[in-house]
Design a protein around this ligand. Structure first.
Ligand code: ASP
Ligand code: MG
Length: 437
């Protein structure tokens, strides 16, 4: 669509003052989690390790040592390991090599395998360290889901087998990212990054003291340290802030798992597998560990496609996009016959499929990224928007589209301007100094 970009851009500029930007983030319904009637989880910790943390057998041995160390400190320990490195991607590639449209049931049978490998290997390593351990599939661990293959929702956690193993002094390892459908008894998977969700659901069901998310970074930072060298690791954030940051491009935690943690009051601790330093706590707004900063961080995405659709009924359009699991973000009703919305890059194919199936005029531009300023203190402090736009103005960066929530201001800017915008906002709000703002 050569040429459409600039016209679309001009239209936005003209229309901006009249626009009401809204942000919606799609959340799943809160599942019932059958917590253990007698709260024996008081000294229980759930420790989740991401794919990089278990990237090879040496690293898995390291994870085993960490789990054993927690056990030796007196905790009852549940480990949830992701698949090793790129295993899940490799399995997905295999499926598509075999079939253009892999059968959903078999697809889940296949891609759930990676987590079984890493958890079984880790159990072996724990045995060699002289401790008892047992690895369980999602199904064996009682992770009961609906029947939607590839993105199943957890309906219930039947923790009996885990509790029995814990009572037997074992370290329990649960294969992340998977469960079993109550209706069909088939293996299901929970969507990419789903091991986070497994861990949080288990922490909720078992009444764990905390859910520790071990990853390859030290915690959540005020901005991407590759762009802002002075970015600071945050000691604590609220669930809402983490949800906004995750939805705005911060990749450290899966959105669904944060929402689940909030709804079930599970304190999360995001920290590094490769060091012992404290990471970032994700907690309730009332929690004393919070710094009460006005602004917590600046998240960004390099590319957030923007779609323009003419002569379409909004209800119909967004129903179709929802059916296609598109996570629509910014929505603008530009004129009575034109709607503009954005959606993450990973939903682009689905978006284009939906729009292509409609008999309407539409266009897409992908030369914009999004910079989002997030902070719970925004709710009660005026002037944040003024300072944001003033800062962008000062470095000659134009906000093409603006959307807000009570704790976020997000601006679509040209992709090449994203790093400068992030750095300037980080500087303007003095995010490198704890408590300075
Ligand atoms: N292995 C799965 C994925 O890569 C699940 C996870 O790592 O959380 O998406
Ligand atoms: Mg992974």
């Amino acid at each position: 669509m050569p040429g459409t970009s600039s016209r679309l851009c001009a239209r936005h500029r003209r229309s901006l003052p009249r626009l009401s930007g809204v942000t919606t983030t799609q959340y799943e319904a809160v599942p019932e989690v059958a917590a253990d009637a007698d709260p024996r989880g008081r000294d229980l910790v759930v420790m989740k390790f991401g794919g990089t943390s278990v990237g090879d057998t040496e690293r898995i041995k390291g994870v085993a040592r960490r789990l054993v160390a927690a056990r030796e400190r007196g905790y009852r320990v549940v480990g949830v390991l992701s698949a090793m490195g790129d295993t899940t991607d490799d399995l997905i590639r295999l499926a598509h090599e075999i079939s253009p449209k892999p059968h959903p049931r078999e697809y889940d049978m296949l891609i759930s395998v990676g987590e079984r490998i890493s958890n079984a290997l880790c159990a072996m390593a724990i045995h060699d360290l002289g401790h008892e351990a047992i690895s369980l599939t999602g199904s064996q661990a009682g992770i009961v889901t609906d029947a939607v293959h590839g993105k199943a929702k957890i309906a219930e956690v039947r923790a009996q087998r885990i509790n029995e193993a814990l009572d037997g002094e074992m370290i329990v390892l649960v294969a992340g990212f998977q469960g079993v459908s109550a209706a069909s008894h088939d293996v299901t998977t929970l969507g990419r990054g789903g091991s986070n969700l497994t861990a949080v659901a288990l922490a909720a069901a078992l009444g764990a003291t905390a859910c520790e998310m071990y990853t390859d970074v030290e915690g959540v930072f005020t901005a991407d340290p590759r762009i802002v060298p002075g970015a600071r690791k945050l000691a604590a954030l609220t669930y809402e802030e983490m949800l906004e940051l995750a939805a705005s491009g911060a990749k450290v935690l899966q959105l669904r798992s944060v929402e689940f943690a909030r709804n079930h009051d599970v304190r999360l601790h995001v920290r590094s597998t490769f060091s012992d330093t404290e990471g970032t706590w994700i907690v309730d707004e009332e929690d004393p560990v919070l710094e009460k900063a006005i602004i917590s961080g600046v998240a960004h995405t390099d590319c957030e496609p923007l779609y323009r659709v003419r002569e379409i009924d909004a209800a119909k359009l967004f129903a179709l996009l929802a059916d296609a699991s598109v996570n629509v973000d910014t929505i603008l009703q530009v004129t009575s016959d034109e709607i503009v919305f954005s959606a993450p890059l990973e939903d682009r194919a689905s978006c284009e499929e939906v729009l292509g199936s409609l008999d309407v005029e539409w266009s897409m531009r992908d030369d914009l990224g999004k910079v989002s300023l997030v902070g719970a203190g925004m709710k009660s402090h005026p002037g944040i928007a003024a300072k944001t736009f003033g800062t962008l103005d000062g470095i000659g960066v134009e906000a093409k589209v603006i959307s807000t929530s009570p704790i976020k201001i997000a601006c679509h800017v040209r992709t090449e301007d994203v790093p400068r915008a992030v750095a300037a906002l980080h500087d303007a709000f003095e995010l490198e100094n704890a408590g300075a703002h």
